[in-house]
Design a protein. Structure first.
Length: 247
Protein backbone atom coordinates (compact mmCIF):
# COMPACT_ATOMS: atom_id res chain seq x y z
CA UNK A 1 0.00 0.00 0.00
CA UNK A 2 1.51 3.42 -0.92
CA UNK A 3 2.68 5.53 2.02
CA UNK A 4 0.01 8.17 1.35
CA UNK A 5 -2.76 5.68 2.06
CA UNK A 6 -3.58 4.94 5.64
CA UNK A 7 -4.04 1.45 6.99
CA UNK A 8 -7.62 1.09 8.19
CA UNK A 9 -8.18 0.73 11.87
CA UNK A 10 -10.95 -1.64 12.93
CA UNK A 11 -12.37 -1.13 16.40
CA UNK A 12 -14.78 -3.71 17.74
CA UNK A 13 -17.39 -2.69 20.32
CA UNK A 14 -19.86 -4.79 22.27
CA UNK A 15 -23.03 -3.86 20.43
CA UNK A 16 -24.73 -1.36 18.16
CA UNK A 17 -25.41 1.03 21.03
CA UNK A 18 -21.73 1.16 21.94
CA UNK A 19 -20.79 1.72 18.29
CA UNK A 20 -23.23 4.64 18.18
CA UNK A 21 -21.85 6.13 21.41
CA UNK A 22 -18.26 5.90 20.19
CA UNK A 23 -19.22 7.48 16.87
CA UNK A 24 -21.10 10.31 18.58
CA UNK A 25 -18.12 10.88 20.87
CA UNK A 26 -15.76 10.99 17.88
CA UNK A 27 -18.07 13.45 16.09
CA UNK A 28 -17.93 15.75 19.13
CA UNK A 29 -14.13 15.52 19.47
CA UNK A 30 -13.50 16.09 15.77
CA UNK A 31 -15.86 19.07 15.73
CA UNK A 32 -13.99 20.67 18.62
CA UNK A 33 -10.61 20.08 16.96
CA UNK A 34 -11.71 21.26 13.51
CA UNK A 35 -13.44 24.38 14.80
CA UNK A 36 -10.46 25.33 16.90
CA UNK A 37 -8.00 24.64 14.04
CA UNK A 38 -9.95 25.96 11.05
CA UNK A 39 -13.09 27.67 12.31
CA UNK A 40 -15.57 25.11 11.00
CA UNK A 41 -16.35 21.41 11.01
CA UNK A 42 -17.55 19.84 7.75
CA UNK A 43 -19.16 16.43 7.89
CA UNK A 44 -20.91 14.24 5.33
CA UNK A 45 -23.66 12.18 6.91
CA UNK A 46 -24.65 8.74 5.72
CA UNK A 47 -28.13 7.40 5.21
CA UNK A 48 -29.40 3.92 5.96
CA UNK A 49 -30.49 2.76 9.39
CA UNK A 50 -27.22 2.33 11.33
CA UNK A 51 -26.36 6.02 11.85
CA UNK A 52 -29.81 6.98 13.14
CA UNK A 53 -28.84 6.20 16.72
CA UNK A 54 -25.69 8.30 16.35
CA UNK A 55 -27.81 11.24 15.23
CA UNK A 56 -30.23 10.73 18.12
CA UNK A 57 -27.37 10.71 20.61
CA UNK A 58 -25.87 13.86 19.09
CA UNK A 59 -29.23 15.56 19.54
CA UNK A 60 -29.48 14.49 23.19
CA UNK A 61 -28.46 16.85 26.02
CA UNK A 62 -25.15 15.13 26.77
CA UNK A 63 -23.74 15.53 23.28
CA UNK A 64 -25.66 18.45 21.76
CA UNK A 65 -24.26 20.98 24.19
CA UNK A 66 -20.66 19.99 23.41
CA UNK A 67 -20.89 20.92 19.72
CA UNK A 68 -20.74 24.49 18.41
CA UNK A 69 -23.47 23.93 15.86
CA UNK A 70 -23.15 27.41 14.35
CA UNK A 71 -19.75 26.29 13.00
CA UNK A 72 -20.83 22.88 11.72
CA UNK A 73 -21.52 22.33 8.03
CA UNK A 74 -23.51 19.21 7.24
CA UNK A 75 -23.27 17.55 3.84
CA UNK A 76 -24.57 14.17 2.71
CA UNK A 77 -22.68 11.23 1.24
CA UNK A 78 -25.59 10.22 -0.91
CA UNK A 79 -29.29 10.68 -1.50
CA UNK A 80 -32.18 8.76 -2.92
CA UNK A 81 -34.16 10.41 -5.73
CA UNK A 82 -37.17 11.26 -3.61
CA UNK A 83 -38.64 14.36 -1.99
CA UNK A 84 -37.09 15.52 1.30
CA UNK A 85 -40.17 14.45 3.26
CA UNK A 86 -40.25 10.95 1.72
CA UNK A 87 -39.63 8.05 4.14
CA UNK A 88 -36.63 6.95 2.01
CA UNK A 89 -34.96 10.36 2.10
CA UNK A 90 -31.59 10.41 3.84
CA UNK A 91 -32.11 14.10 4.54
CA UNK A 92 -35.44 13.37 6.20
CA UNK A 93 -33.88 10.80 8.53
CA UNK A 94 -31.00 13.09 9.50
CA UNK A 95 -33.36 16.01 9.91
CA UNK A 96 -35.77 14.11 12.14
CA UNK A 97 -33.11 12.48 14.28
CA UNK A 98 -30.65 15.37 14.50
CA UNK A 99 -30.80 18.51 12.42
CA UNK A 100 -34.22 19.76 13.52
CA UNK A 101 -33.20 19.24 17.16
CA UNK A 102 -29.94 21.20 17.29
CA UNK A 103 -29.20 24.90 16.74
CA UNK A 104 -27.54 24.49 13.34
CA UNK A 105 -28.18 27.42 10.98
CA UNK A 106 -30.28 26.38 7.97
CA UNK A 107 -27.60 27.71 5.62
CA UNK A 108 -25.13 25.19 7.10
CA UNK A 109 -27.24 22.20 6.04
CA UNK A 110 -26.26 21.26 2.50
CA UNK A 111 -28.93 18.89 1.27
CA UNK A 112 -28.85 16.93 -1.99
CA UNK A 113 -31.98 17.62 -4.03
CA UNK A 114 -33.61 14.30 -4.90
CA UNK A 115 -36.45 15.71 -6.99
CA UNK A 116 -36.09 16.22 -10.73
CA UNK A 117 -33.22 15.36 -13.01
CA UNK A 118 -30.64 13.33 -11.06
CA UNK A 119 -27.65 14.38 -13.18
CA UNK A 120 -28.56 18.06 -12.83
CA UNK A 121 -29.02 17.64 -9.09
CA UNK A 122 -25.65 15.90 -8.80
CA UNK A 123 -23.92 18.73 -10.61
CA UNK A 124 -25.79 21.30 -8.51
CA UNK A 125 -24.59 19.53 -5.39
CA UNK A 126 -21.03 19.45 -6.66
CA UNK A 127 -21.26 23.23 -7.19
CA UNK A 128 -22.44 23.67 -3.61
CA UNK A 129 -19.48 21.65 -2.35
CA UNK A 130 -17.09 23.59 -4.60
CA UNK A 131 -18.43 26.85 -3.26
CA UNK A 132 -17.73 25.69 0.29
CA UNK A 133 -14.27 24.27 -0.45
CA UNK A 134 -13.13 27.15 -2.67
CA UNK A 135 -10.76 26.24 -5.46
CA UNK A 136 -9.59 22.96 -3.89
CA UNK A 137 -9.06 20.07 -6.30
CA UNK A 138 -11.15 17.82 -4.06
CA UNK A 139 -13.42 18.36 -1.03
CA UNK A 140 -11.42 18.16 2.19
CA UNK A 141 -14.28 17.12 4.46
CA UNK A 142 -13.33 16.80 8.12
CA UNK A 143 -15.40 13.65 8.46
CA UNK A 144 -17.28 11.37 6.09
CA UNK A 145 -19.58 8.91 7.82
CA UNK A 146 -20.36 5.77 5.83
CA UNK A 147 -22.30 2.57 6.16
CA UNK A 148 -21.95 -0.60 4.14
CA UNK A 149 -24.81 -2.50 2.58
CA UNK A 150 -24.83 -6.27 2.71
CA UNK A 151 -23.88 -6.28 -0.99
CA UNK A 152 -20.68 -4.33 -0.18
CA UNK A 153 -21.93 -0.94 -1.42
CA UNK A 154 -21.17 2.26 0.40
CA UNK A 155 -22.73 5.71 -0.05
CA UNK A 156 -24.55 4.98 -3.35
CA UNK A 157 -21.57 3.27 -4.93
CA UNK A 158 -23.21 -0.03 -5.79
CA UNK A 159 -21.48 -3.10 -7.25
CA UNK A 160 -21.03 -2.97 -11.02
CA UNK A 161 -22.30 0.61 -11.42
CA UNK A 162 -20.72 3.31 -13.59
CA UNK A 163 -19.99 5.65 -10.65
CA UNK A 164 -17.27 3.27 -9.48
CA UNK A 165 -15.00 4.31 -12.35
CA UNK A 166 -15.46 8.05 -11.85
CA UNK A 167 -12.15 9.85 -11.52
CA UNK A 168 -12.98 13.54 -11.88
CA UNK A 169 -16.45 14.41 -10.63
CA UNK A 170 -17.06 14.96 -6.92
CA UNK A 171 -20.73 13.95 -7.19
CA UNK A 172 -22.53 11.82 -9.78
CA UNK A 173 -25.94 10.41 -10.52
CA UNK A 174 -25.63 6.63 -10.44
CA UNK A 175 -28.15 4.24 -12.02
CA UNK A 176 -28.79 1.30 -9.70
CA UNK A 177 -30.19 -1.49 -11.80
CA UNK A 178 -31.35 -3.71 -8.95
CA UNK A 179 -33.54 -0.94 -7.54
CA UNK A 180 -34.38 0.51 -10.98
CA UNK A 181 -33.57 3.94 -9.67
CA UNK A 182 -31.07 6.76 -9.75
CA UNK A 183 -29.06 7.63 -6.69
CA UNK A 184 -26.89 10.68 -6.19
CA UNK A 185 -23.57 10.02 -4.54
CA UNK A 186 -20.20 11.40 -3.64
CA UNK A 187 -17.61 9.61 -5.75
CA UNK A 188 -14.84 7.47 -4.27
CA UNK A 189 -12.09 10.04 -5.01
CA UNK A 190 -14.20 12.75 -3.34
CA UNK A 191 -14.70 10.60 -0.24
CA UNK A 192 -11.01 9.69 -0.29
CA UNK A 193 -10.06 13.37 -0.06
CA UNK A 194 -11.53 13.60 3.45
CA UNK A 195 -9.45 14.03 6.58
CA UNK A 196 -11.29 11.18 8.23
CA UNK A 197 -13.65 8.46 7.03
CA UNK A 198 -15.66 6.41 9.46
CA UNK A 199 -17.61 3.27 8.60
CA UNK A 200 -20.26 2.08 11.08
CA UNK A 201 -21.09 -1.60 10.72
CA UNK A 202 -23.41 -3.55 12.98
CA UNK A 203 -25.20 -6.87 12.98
CA UNK A 204 -24.40 -10.47 12.10
CA UNK A 205 -25.90 -9.99 8.63
CA UNK A 206 -22.86 -7.89 7.65
CA UNK A 207 -20.21 -10.29 9.05
CA UNK A 208 -19.34 -12.25 5.92
CA UNK A 209 -19.31 -9.21 3.62
CA UNK A 210 -17.19 -7.29 6.10
CA UNK A 211 -14.68 -10.13 6.11
CA UNK A 212 -14.54 -10.07 2.32
CA UNK A 213 -14.12 -6.31 2.17
CA UNK A 214 -11.41 -6.14 4.80
CA UNK A 215 -9.63 -9.46 4.47
CA UNK A 216 -10.58 -10.80 1.04
CA UNK A 217 -9.16 -10.27 -2.45
CA UNK A 218 -9.32 -6.75 -3.79
CA UNK A 219 -12.33 -6.62 -6.12
CA UNK A 220 -13.88 -3.15 -5.87
CA UNK A 221 -16.29 -3.55 -8.77
CA UNK A 222 -17.96 -6.27 -6.68
CA UNK A 223 -17.11 -4.75 -3.29
CA UNK A 224 -17.24 -0.96 -3.73
CA UNK A 225 -16.44 -0.35 -0.05
CA UNK A 226 -12.90 -1.39 -0.96
CA UNK A 227 -12.60 1.82 -3.01
CA UNK A 228 -12.53 3.82 0.19
CA UNK A 229 -8.88 4.54 0.99
CA UNK A 230 -8.32 8.13 2.08
CA UNK A 231 -5.34 9.60 0.21
CA UNK A 232 -4.16 11.78 3.07
CA UNK A 233 -6.50 10.92 5.89
CA UNK A 234 -7.62 8.30 8.34
CA UNK A 235 -9.93 5.37 7.69
CA UNK A 236 -11.69 3.80 10.64
CA UNK A 237 -14.24 1.04 10.98
CA UNK A 238 -16.41 0.97 14.10
CA UNK A 239 -17.90 -2.50 14.19
CA UNK A 240 -20.00 -4.38 16.71
CA UNK A 241 -19.06 -7.85 17.89
CA UNK A 242 -21.73 -9.52 15.75
CA UNK A 243 -20.46 -7.92 12.54
CA UNK A 244 -16.84 -8.62 13.50
CA UNK A 245 -17.45 -12.31 14.08
CA UNK A 246 -15.70 -13.47 10.89
CA UNK A 247 -12.69 -11.17 10.97
C1 LIG B 1 -27.98 4.89 1.84
C2 LIG B 1 -26.60 4.84 2.40
C3 LIG B 1 -25.96 3.51 2.28
C4 LIG B 1 -26.00 2.85 3.64
C5 LIG B 1 -25.81 1.38 3.57
C6 LIG B 1 -25.92 0.72 4.92
O1 LIG B 1 -28.41 5.93 1.46
O2 LIG B 1 -28.60 3.83 1.82
O3 LIG B 1 -25.86 5.92 2.56
O4 LIG B 1 -24.71 3.46 1.73
O5 LIG B 1 -25.04 3.45 4.47
O6 LIG B 1 -26.78 0.86 2.71
O7 LIG B 1 -27.20 0.91 5.38
P1 LIG B 1 -27.73 0.35 6.77
O8 LIG B 1 -27.10 1.22 7.81
O9 LIG B 1 -29.21 0.54 6.70
O10 LIG B 1 -27.30 -1.06 6.84
Amino acid sequence: MPATESTPSVQVFDDAEQVAREAAGLFVRLSIEAISARGSFSVALSGGTTPRRVYELLASDDYRTQVTWANVHVFFGDERTVAPDHPDSNYRMANEALLSLVPIPAKNVHRIDGVGDAAANASQYESELREFFGDAAWPRLDLVMLGMGDDGHTASLFPGTTALAEERAWVVANWVEKFQTWRITLTAPAINAARRVLFLITGAGKAERLREVLRGERDPSRLPSQLIRPRDGTLEWFVDRAAAEKL
